[in-house]
Design a protein around this ligand. Structure first.
Ligand SMILES: Nc1ncnc2c1ncn2[C@@H]1O[C@H](COP(=O)(O)OP(=O)(O)OP(=O)(O)O)[C@@H](O)[C@H]1O
Ligand SMILES: [Mg+2]
Length: 400
């Protein structure tokens, strides 16, 4: 049974009159890898700072292990932070950078069962204990043998690992990581993603991770929290977020999506471009306008006369594993991923299985995303402008 460790309850943060976090409700389980994901300025760092104690919410409460900790300062929370600019001490070697936090005397409090502090004493670790802990951490981050190296002589990825070791050496219950891989190149980033995941599992620490990179979030997390405009848009597993996005913002932000206007004719039947498609969704009002998400990999290309929809290819990009093609259906451009080449200008048909269609409620984000027109403006003249919406639909729209 997962155990709840941290809870943000109705947290709002305003600077002057500008609300940057709007009534955030979120809980984080012990040993969970949770990622805050969203575009620049959506409030990720602010949320992290509230958890770390660097910022007090304007209103709302923060709980740790069931205890309200709004006014507990950062150094008294069982939380440590790794920032994007890892700020190692340049004059200290790797060993001393990691040992630094262990050398600071810590105040240990003796409390009675009511929580009242009876006595306080300063504890200092012995050199032997420090050595043992530092060597343990070097092992965890794969930097055994680097202890004497100056941190300025290390690569970006190695420096990042020192920063992580330094943050973990005090054995925090929670590690906050704010875009820790932002400065690394793509290959190193991928290696470090695996490394971080491994460390988190091995040390059984709760990680709260901030990124604006959706691939990174999907690859690493147990739970993803998608944010926009100071609000949580969706919380779920990577699979939930990808397969069942709650609104057009989430669908667009996570992966590639064609997002179309549809009308829910009945349970399991949605109408797009005057055509009826079978889907698996239900529970909508009859004839309710909806947003329909179709992922580029869920579209099958068939000969034009066999297609549920027929369109013209306006752009082709070779991506190694597949082709990304842009197809114009009645003036709306879709992205389709396919292993078969359909050249620019060709007419194709498409089929979509019921499980390739996902229905969402209309939201403030409707109509803002999910059209790939800008992909292929240079091919505009090739697309078949004479094709009117509904032209096909009236011919054979009642096939189903
Ligand atoms: N101390 C502050 N004073 C005023 N405004 C602030 C302050 N801190 C953050 N903000 C504003 O709050 C909003 C959210 O900022 P935050 O740093 O949380 O975003 P973010 O999601 O971490 O973005 P990024 O991906 O760019 O780091 C921004 O509009 C920012 O300008
Ligand atoms: Mg930030």
């Amino acid at each position: 049974m997962p155990k709840e460790l941290i809870r943000l309850s109705n947290c709002t943060m305003a600077f002057d009159d500008e609300v940057v976090l709007d009534n955030i409700n979120l809980y984080i389980n012990d040993k969970e890898f949770l990622t805050l994901l969203g575009p620049s300025g959506c409030g990720k760092t602010t949320t992290l700072r509230i958890i770390g104690g660097f910022q007090m919410p304007t209103s709302g409460d923060v709980f740790f292990d069931g205890v309200r900790i709004n006014s507990v300062p950062p150094h008294k929370r069982a939380v440590n932070t790794v920032f994007q600019k890892y700020a190692l001490f340049p004059h200290l070697n790797v060993y001393e950078n990691i040992a630094f936090g262990l050398r600071v005397p810590r105040v240990e409090e003796q409390k009675n069962e009511m929580g009242k502090v009876l006595s306080r004493r300063k504890v200092k670790l012995s050199e032997k204990e420090i050595d043992q802990r530092v060597m343990e951490m070097l092992e965890v981050v794969n930097l055994r043998g680097f202890e004497k190296r100056r941190v300025t002589s290390l690569s970006g990825g190695q420096q990042q690992r020192v920063a992580i070791a330094r943050a973990l050496v005090n054995k925090p219950k929670v590690l906050l990581l704010d875009e820790p891989l932002g400065a690394l190149d793509l290959k190193l980033r991928k290696d470090m993603q695996n490394e971080l995941k491994r460390i988190q599992k091995a040390m059984e620490i709760t990680f709260i991770y901030v990124t604006h990179d959706q691939e990174e979030a999907l690859a690493m997390s147990d739970t993803v929290v998608v944010m926009d405009g100071g609000k949580i848009q969706q919380i779920g597993t990577p699979e939930d977020i990808y397969n069942e996005p709650k609104n057009a913002f989430v669908a667009d932000f996570i992966g590639e999506s064609n997002i179309l206007d549809g009308i829910m004719r009945s349970d399991g039947v949605v109408e797009i471009f005057n055509r009826q498609f079978a889907c698996l969704d239900s529970g909508f009002e009859k004839d309710e306008p909806v947003d329909v998400v179709i992922r580029p990999e869920d579209v099958d290309i068939v000969p034009e006369n066999e297609g549920q929809l027929k369109g013209t290819v306006t752009n082709v990009t070779f991506k190694g594993m597949q082709y990304d093609i842009i197809v114009d259906f009645y003036g709306f451009k879709w992205l389709i991923q396919t292993t078969d080449l359909s050249p620019v200008g060709s007419r194709i048909g498409i089929k979509i299985d019921p499980d390739g269609i996902h229905i969402m409620k209309k939201s403030q984000y409707s109509g803002m995303f999910g059209d790939y027109s800008s992909y292929s403006e240079e091919y505009e003249e090739i697309s078949d402008a004479a094709y009117e919406p509904g032209e096909d639909g009236q011919e054979d729209g009642d096939e189903k």
